[in-house]
Design a protein around this ligand. Structure first.
Ligand SMILES: [Zn+2]
Length: 132
């Protein structure tokens, strides 16, 4: 079971891309920098109205934690699981779950790639898995 994230006008392009199997982050048309999660203005130069760019979906585990106690009843059957910050190849860091391996095998610096899990007809969640 998954907890379904809310979708707003700000985050809609992210979720629509995920549903299509693409990972996107915001990019500033003025300074060219990218970031995640979505914001109404560039966190670096404060230019409003950022655009979006598709990223490769590869990166490395920057840091992680193994969750052994459910923080929500909907996650009771999911423990233990890994929540990580993945540093994308393009630079931005994303909070995500690590799948496709034992929780004890996750390490900082581990190469990972995005994988998508459709949880409803509308919502697909990006996770990351080890690169074989
Ligand atoms: Zn900027």
């Amino acid at each position: 079971m998954a907890i379904i994230p809310g979708m707003t006008d700000l985050t809609r392009p992210y979720w629509e891309a995920a549903r299509e199997g693409r990972l996107v982050v915001q990019q500033c048309p003025a300074c060219g920098r990218s970031w995640h999660p979505p914001l109404p203005a560039c966190p670096h130069c404060h230019r409003a109205g950022p655009g979006w760019r598709e990223v490769a979906g590869t990166g490395t585990v920057y840091t992680y934690t193994v969750v052994r106690h459910p923080t929500h009843v909907a996650l009771a059957d999911a423990i233990p699981y890994v929540i990580a910050i993945v540093e994308l190849t393009e630079g931005p860091r994303v909070v995500t779950g690590i799948t496709g391996c034992d929780v004890g095998d996750v390490r900082a610096g581990m190469p990972v790639r995005v994988t998508f899990s459709a949880v409803t007809g509308e919502v697909t969640l990006p996770y990351f898995e080890p690169v074989a």
